[in-house]
Design a protein around this ligand. Structure first.
Ligand SMILES: [Zn+2]
Ligand SMILES: [Zn+2]
Length: 422
């Protein structure tokens, strides 16, 4: 995949699209419409998640707000193929997430997050083929770019080229630790520890002093004893606090290093794939991994999806939200142009179990397959594909053959699919 530099006009356009998308996501998670800027596959994932939540009788609400001046970072590099250019943009926000059913609130918390999106635009001066498969942005029916410009067969809406792009291909959220909140939590922890260590010492001390010291100095002895033990207890509590913090820090560092040990093997394997498919890029692959994982765990029956050839494992069945933290490509085998890659996913997930929401760091292994002889097409989506035999466009998310000429449609010929997940 080529990498290009962006000028300042392109940057400000992208920032505008980013801000609009943040607003649309917030609306979506508060009962609004699907984000207009979301690409077909992302809309599909969001729809599946909503269906899953509804079947569980719960709802996730996000309120996302830009922090301060709303500063966003546009990555200096973009990925591009013949037609499209994908750019990664991130920004910092305040996010309040509340999960609950109609009867009760199960959890509510506010955190500082980093929100990263991948935005797809047309490359300067390019025009996709009129018969490139694309969903109608209005009704979602599978169609082709040329046909949509003349008017959608289903809803009749006419489009001009600039209405199709930009599109947000995917998004990811990174929750960060807020110093402000940590500081107030630290203060509370320290107070509790000091009190918990001092009070028993003081009580035991008073009892001992009452029996041990007699006479004139009894009261003075007791008072001095109390003061001494408060100081002693505070020092002991302080020490426990320091140890507790050390362990917590190790925990945070450990969490932040997940998947870091195998960076070299991941790079070697990514390079191996790149030798066959020069358009392959880790950023694009990362997007595919989380998109496929979300589809598999959010859908009612993963094996019904055309992009998934296995069941969703039991321990993933209660996931209601998944964010990819890191991934490793453990191995990849390439035979006759078909690549089988085994990937480890390091995720931050929310599980819904026995009427409780639990956040967990998860690890899953996923086997993925794709024919990598053909170069990656950034504009590809299973929601609107073109039949290689008859040329008709159709929605291939839940079908395994062309509905017009019934010739078999092999998904792995066109994009990555899941072979196994555990
Ligand atoms: Zn339409
Ligand atoms: Zn066909």
């Amino acid at each position: 995949m080529n990498e290009t530099n962006l000028n300042s006009k392109q940057r400000s356009d992208l920032k505008g699209a980013y801000k609009t998308f943040v607003r649309q996501m917030s609306d979506w998670y508060n009962g609004g419409e699907l984000p207009e800027l979301a690409g077909q596959d992302l809309r599909f994932v969001l729809g599946l998640q909503k269906q899953k939540l509804q079947s569980l009788g719960i709802d996730i609400k996000y309120e996302i707000q830009m922090k301060g001046s709303g500063r966003t970072n546009v990555a200096s590099l973009s990925l591009s193929d013949r037609i499209f250019k994908n750019t990664i943009i991130s920004g910092y926000m305040d996010m309040t997430r509340s999960i609950g059913s109609s009867q009760e609130q199960l959890s509510k918390n506010t955190t500082d997050i980093g929100l990263t999106v991948m935005i797809q635009e047309l490359k300067n001066g390019t025009h996709p083929d009129d018969n490139m498969a694309l969903c109608c942005p209005h009704c979602g029916a599978p169609s082709m770019i040329g046909m949509l410009q003349c008017g959608c067969k289903y809803c009749g809406t006419k489009f001009i080229m600039s209405e199709f792009y930009p599109k947000v291909m995917n998004y990811s959220i990174n929750e960060r630790y807020i110093s402000e909140r940590i500081r107030s939590k630290n203060k509370r922890d320290l107070t509790i520890l000091i009190t918990a260590c001092s009070i028993p010492l003081v009580i035991v001390g008073i009892i001992i002093d009452m029996f041990a010291s007699q006479g004139r100095y009894m009261i003075l002895n007791i008072i001095l004893g109390i003061l001494g033990r408060i100081v002693g207890g505070a020092m002991f509590g302080g020490m426990i606090f320091v140890f507790k913090k050390l362990f917590e820090t190790f925990g945070i560092i450990g969490k932040g290093l997940r998947g870091g040990r195998h960076t070299i093997s991941t790079l070697i394997n990514a390079n191996k794939i790149k030798n066959y498919d020069p358009e392959f890029s880790s950023e694009y692959f990362r997007d595919k991994i989380i998109s496929l994982f979300r589809m598999a765990v959010y859908s009612k029956d993963a094996s019904e999806l055309a992009c998934c050839k296995c069941q969703c494992p039991e321990r993933a069945a209660d996931i209601i939200e998944a964010q990819l933290f890191n991934f490793n490509i453990n191995s990849c085998k390439i035979t006759d142009g078909v690549c089988d890659a085994e990937v480890t996913l390091f995720l931050d997930c929310l599980h819904y179990k026995e009427r409780k929401v639990v956040s967990k760091s998860d690890k899953f292994r996923m086997c993925m397959r794709k024919r990598i002889k053909a170069p990656t097409e950034l504009g590809f989506s299973f929601a609107a594909v073109k039949c290689p035999s008859c040329g008709a466009s159709f929605d291939a998310r839940n079908v395994k053959a062309c509905p017009y000429c019934s010739s078999e449609y092999l998904h792995e010929e066109h994009d990555w699919i899941i072979i196994d997940l555990k």
